[in-house]
Design a protein around this ligand. Structure first.
Ligand code: CA
Length: 518
């Protein structure tokens, strides 16, 4: 069972809460305009599922790519024109780990929800001849203690709620397994839950299918909950979620209450079902039918972003609302290539982890700017949002919070984040990909393959596609990064993949030979 330093986490959370109450002004929401000026900014986190770094007409590479030319995301372009685009933003390589990192501020090696979750005490991992999965937190996260195989922590929305925010969950949750409290976003600090539950994908995107997989004999576990009013209607899931989100925003405006809208689309996760409103836009493009489906799903997601941006303007809150756009992992293997990146969702390569990130902060970001001097990772969202909400120095709280606030980057103050700052990924699992751990520091990235106990070293500055393994030719750099990665795994007490021959954990990366490898 992995209760990762519960007392430490509780201490960190208590400190956060104490600082919240000490530093947040006494917000009240009367009609007085001076009071309204003190209102903390609304935060709209627009979180897309399985969207690759190049699945957009907004170039995140140094130059537009073939995929940028295919896709149509005019509202992402509009958002990028208003704010800052991060070229080097990362998430975990798969859904649940990313979502738990943003909810807790912890790296995946610490929270140990290292693969996707669904049913209590059941895991998607399969045994391999050499290894089996680590003892990971396969039940996800919980806000209260006592549930086996969960990480127990106080989640981000609960802290924002304490800081006067109305916390709205809309779309995909995927925080905790069925039959555990964490399956319900209302147990994790959300005031409102629209359509979120344990599952990480929708049964169907179509209202005519009641958003259920029943029409293809799929399990009821995938039925999107809470949208019965749209059942039987010719409406796409993204549209239904957007309408519900707009209703929740407008109620917050009427109630003069700041909101945190966690707009976590099911799109563009499988099942791949075209949004017919956009299919004709690609009929003469030369794309395959599947590519047209995929492109229509992306454009459908983008329309939702545009509708929400319009809603902010219409309701007079555009100048007091922060918008953050991000994806939870790289494109899935069924998607068109992630060029120029190597790999896809679940892999340790950039195609699995590098994601789009755009931030529009009304009082901080300058129009159409780019952050290319620093990289950020999903657990940074936690302290970033707390700082945006008025909690100062959130990035310095406790050793249990791995993320760092990137608020200083929003107006170009890059000096506050160290370019060599190591960031980590940990996948001691056997689903889809062989297990691995990896670290990036500066331009360098080291991958430790658990099954073969081998190391791969890449220089991302001149080999973004990770084609040349430099582990043998750069032994000093390899040794240094192996030590950094090992220290992190030891410090976080990360569960390691188990060798079947010995029933012992695989060695740490600084314990394996990497030169003269055959
Ligand atoms: Ca995902």
């Amino acid at each position: 069972m992995y209760f990762v330093s519960k007392s430490g986490i509780q201490s960190a959370v208590q400190i956060i809460l104490s600082i919240c109450f000490l530093l947040i002004p006494n917000f009240s929401f009367g009609n007085d305009e001076s009071l309204e000026e003190k209102r903390p900014p609304n935060i709209l986190f627009f979180f897309v599922d399985d969207m690759g770094w190049q699945d957009t007409s907004v170039p995140f590479h140094i130059e537009p790519t073939e995929l940028n030319a295919i896709y149509r995301t005019p509202n992402m372009e509009r958002l990028a024109a208003q704010g800052i685009k991060f070229r080097q933003a990362y998430a975990c390589a798969v859904c649940s780990p990313s979502r738990i990192s943003l909810m807790t501020g912890m790296n995946s090696a610490r929270h140990m929800v290292t693969n996707w979750t669904l049913n209590k005490d059941k895991q998607p991992d399969t045994d391999r001849p050499e290894v089996r999965a680590a003892n990971w937190n396969l039940n996800g996260m919980c806000a209260s203690p006592g549930i086996e195989h969960t990480i127990h922590a106080t989640p981000l929305p609960q802290l924002l709620k304490q800081a006067t925010y109305r916390t709205i969950h809309c779309g995909k949750a995927h925080f905790g397994a069925n039959d555990t409290p964490g399956a319900d976003p209302l147990t994790l600090g959300f005031d409102i839950n629209i359509a979120g539950h344990a599952a990480g994908g929708p049964g169907s995107y179509y209202g005519t299918n009641n958003f259920s997989a029943a029409f293809r004999n799929g399990g009821a576990v995938w039925d999107v909950p809470g949208l019965k009013k749209y059942h039987g209607q010719d409406i796409y899931l993204n549209e239904a979620l957007t309408r519900e989100a707009i209703t929740a925003i407008e109620k917050s405006v009427r109630d003069k209450t700041p909101f945190y809208l966690y707009m976590a689309h099911y799109a563009i996760h499988a099942p791949c079902e075209p949004d017919q409103r956009f299919v004709d836009n690609y009929k003469d493009s030369g794309l395959t039918p599947f590519q047209v489906t995929y492109a229509s799903m992306i454009e459908s997601m983008d329309k939702s972003l545009g509708d929400l941006m319009d809603c902010l303007v219409k309701n007079g809150i555009d100048n007091n609302t922060i918008i953050v756009f991000m994806s939870d992992n790289g494109a899935a293997s069924h998607a068109p290539l992630n060029k120029p990146l190597r790999g896809h969702k679940l892999t340790p390569y950039e195609g699995g982890t590098r994601v789009p990130l755009i931030v529009r902060h009304p009082s901080m970001t300058k129009p159409a700017t780019v952050c290319d001097k620093r990289y950020v990772i999903i657990e940074d969202i936690f302290p970033t949002f707390l700082e945006m909400a008025g909690v100062q120095n959130a990035s310095q709280i406790g050793g249990q919070i791995d993320g760092e606030s990137f608020v200083p980057l929003l107006n170009g103050e890059i000096a506050s984040l160290d370019y060599e700052r190591p960031i980590f990924w940990h996948f001691p699992n056997t689903y889809d990909q062989p297990p691995y751990s990896s670290v990036r520091s500066g331009d360098w990235k080291l991958i430790y393959q658990h099954t073969t106990q081998t190391l791969e070293l890449y220089n991302l500055a001149n080999d973004l596609s990770e084609t040349k393994n430099l582990a043998e030719s750069q032994p000093e750099k390899t040794r240094t990064l192996a030590q950094i990665l090992s220290e992190h795994l030891r410090e976080t007490k990360a569960g390691m993949t188990i060798k079947r021959s010995t029933e012992q954990p695989v060695p740490y990366p600084d314990e394996v030979k990497f030169d003269n490898q055959k």
